[in-house]
Design a protein around this ligand. Structure first.
Ligand code: BG6
Ligand code: MG
Length: 222
């Protein structure tokens, strides 16, 4: 969580962009997949990339429940916590290999151009590892605020993560544009009363206000 709102600053009329992290700014899905696959294999549960797509935007605990839909055995609350911890350890080890090269020139230039034209930028991610990822890829300084898994109680499609981001920025919801690759994220943005831009997977989602193929197209949405 990062918050730049300064006392007395009148930002409520400024336009802001709130970016999902995984699948929009960086592509960590493959690491989530590898880490969950290790858990699924250990439990003898079938798990593939299609099931992995259902984990986009949802919390770690909900992700585990989706994987366990195919599990016949019984697990206690403690067992589940241990599995989530194990998955996270594997995932964080995989994240270690990330570097600034994992952010495309197009993404970096677009973010810089949006800042230059006076927009406020925030991250709105369900991940509790968001700050580590931003640090590893050298994007921490690009954002005025970060709302992530450490400051929310409900994950997407609940609007909480985006409403908190808007609050951190000091911007009204109607002045926020959310950029998302997950259907759950588009639903969350609409529930927050924000404009929703679908990219990647979500570029096929009819509930998105804008559907884009390339990140740089954001510069036309102002
Ligand atoms: C989201 C991912 O960004 O973060 C989900 O799209 C993931 O797949 C969620 O489950 C929680 O991430 P973490 O890093 O807190 O386990
Ligand atoms: Mg995503």
């Amino acid at each position: 969580m990062k918050n730049i709102k300064t006392e007395g600053e009148q930002q409520s009329r400024r336009k802001a962009f709130i970016f999902d992290l995984d699948g929009v700014l960086v592509f960590t899905d493959k690491f989530h997949y590898q880490a969950w696959k290790k858990i699924a294999d250990k439990l003898g549960i079938y798990f593939d990339e299609t099931i992995n797509n259902r984990l986009r935007g949802v919390s770690r605990a909900e992700s585990l429940e989706i994987i366990l839909e195919r599990y016949q055995g019984r697990l206690s609350k403690e067992d589940k916590l241990a599995l989530m911890e194990e998955k996270n350890q594997t995932y964080r080890k995989l994240l270690e290999q990330m570097s600034p090269e994992d952010v495309s020139r197009e993404v970096r230039d677009t973010l810089q151009n949006l800042r230059r034209t006076g927009h406020l930028l925030a991250v709105g991610s369900s991940s509790k590892n968001a700050e580590m990822i931003l640090e590893k890829v050298g994007l921490t300084e690009m954002f005025h605020a970060v709302s992530d898994g450490t400051n929310i109680t409900k994950s997407k499609p609940d609007p909480e993560v985006f409403l908190k981001a808007a609050d951190f920025l000091g911007v009204n919801a109607e002045n926020c544009v959310v950029v998302e690759d997950a259907y759950a994220g588009i639903d969350a943005a609409k529930a927050a009363g924000m404009l929703a831009v679908g990219i990647g997977d979500a570029s096929a989602y009819e509930k998105a206000d804008y559907r884009i193929q390339k990140f740089s197209e954001l510069e036309r949405i102002v």
